[in-house]
Design a protein around this ligand. Structure first.
Ligand code: NAD
Ligand code: UD1
Length: 334
């Protein structure tokens, strides 16, 4: 199939391009490089020994039309957007613009050009502070931030379009905590500034950029008092996209699917695995809970397992080893 990948130079997008190319699909990337580098696309080409047609285009702009005029796509995988929860509370309009208006523009182009399959990057953040774990797709949707609201709004747009157009397929993939990097060490997460997320921060402590990891809260009702999350290796996640595309692209319906490992690990378990397996020191201090954090969050992934014949293959060990390989091979990022 010929697939348009929006945000294909980003962290999850670049890994998904590798898996698509290795599964013999053709890939066209659209990215404005606001949070990525064209080098990521070059690395994907080098890794797979395949060509990618890449456009520097903002999905909010009229230039997107040209991309649809030059190619007839079988499907779109839509990663492009802004993703920082904290930033979204300070710059909400940017989030509504890039995430909602950009997606609306994309959906209009798809409709105009008869492209009938969309795979969308949603997030577990749409569940907000879920009271019951594991979280399944029927859990209440109550996003706590503008970022989460934008994800839910795009889901709603897709649901409404799918109801209005019988032959439209919309698959909403709700990711839990994507971490790790490609085993080659050639592509990975390239955060700008001080990272908020756990694994990128641990890596920066291990290389000495920060003196210690601040562990947000050690008084949760968990195995060791620290927060528990469902970490998923980005390569497993990327393969989930290919499986979703291949299994559902002619399903002609709206589907929501959790993509996680279904297992929860505490902050200290992740730190311990990272330091032991990579033989590095990761000093920690305990600080009060971070506002907005939940105690325990992990996915029920039975629906994705069954519908896609997909399950995660990579372990916490793979996640921490691959993160560190990417970091040490690319100390300055791309
Ligand atoms: P990323 O920032 O690495 O990738 C997003 C890409 O989109 C970047 O290359 C960026 O330059 C591009 N982009 C942003 N706005 C654009 C626009 N208006 N037009 C064209 N390109 C644009 O982020 P990621 O971690 O790869 O996330 C990909 C998607 O998955 C996002 O939609 C994000 O909200 C979602 N998601 C990510 C996580 C996570 O933890 N990484 C979790 C859940 C959901
Ligand atoms: C956050 C986002 C979520 C997003 C996800 C992946 C919020 C409220 N949620 O989830 O929407 O999908 O990132 O991008 O921001 N931790 C520390 N010290 C640190 C960093 C993190 O102790 O310096 C702890 C956190 O308290 C948490 C765990 O590590 O228990 C994971 O945190 P993080 O990587 O930020 O992800 P989430 O908060 O789960």
């Amino acid at each position: 199939m010929k697939i348009l990948v929006t945000g294909g130079a980003g962290y999850i997008g670049s890994h998904t391009c590798v898996e698509l190319l290795e599964s013999q699909h053709d890939v066209v990337v659209v990215d404005n490089f606001s949070n990525s580098s064209p080098k990521a696309v070059e690395r994907v080409e080098a890794l797979t020994n395949k060509k990618i047609t890449c456009y520097e285009v903002d999905i909010c702009d009229v230039e997107l039309a040209q991309v649809f005029e030059e190619h007839q796509f079988d499907a779109v995988i839509h990663f492009a957007g802004l993703k920082a929860v904290g930033e979204s509370t300070k710059e909400p309009l940017s989030y509504y613009q890039h995430n909602v208006q950009g997606s609306l523009n994309l959906l209009r182009m798809m409709k105009k050009h008869g492209v009938k399959t969309l795979i969308f990057s949603s997030s577990a953040t749409v569940y907000g502070q879920a009271k019951i774990v594991p979280i399944d797709e029927t859990s209440q949707l109550q996003p706590q931030s503008p970022y989460g609201q934008t994800k839910l709004m795009v889901e709603q747009m897709c649901k409404d379009l799918s109801a209005a157009q019988d032959d439209f397929t919309a698959v909403m993939l709700r990711y839990f905590n994507p971490v790790g990097a490609h085993q080659s060490g050639m592509i990975g997460e390239n955060p700008t500034g001080i990272p908020n997320n756990l694994l990128p921060f641990i890596s920066q402590v291990a290389v000495g950029t920060h003196p210690e990891l601040r562990v947000f809260g050690n008084d949760y009702n968990t195995v060791d008092g620290t927060g528990v999350r469902d970490y998923i290796h980005v390569v497993d996640l990327a393969q989930g996209h290919v499986k979703a595309l291949e299994a559902l692209h002619q399903s002609n319906q709206f589907t929501t699917l959790n993509l996680g490992s279904g297992k929860g690990y505490s902050v200290l378990e992740v730190v311990d695995a990272f330091s032991k397996l990579n033989d590095v020191k990761v000093p920690t201090i305990f600080v009060p809970r971070r506002q907005g954090d939940v105690e325990i969050c992990y996915a029920a992934c039975d629906k994705a397992n069954q519908l896609l014949d997909w399950e995660t293959k990579l372990s916490l060990s793979d996640m921490v080893i691959d993160t560190w390989r990417w970091q040490t091979n690319n100390p300055q990022g791309y």
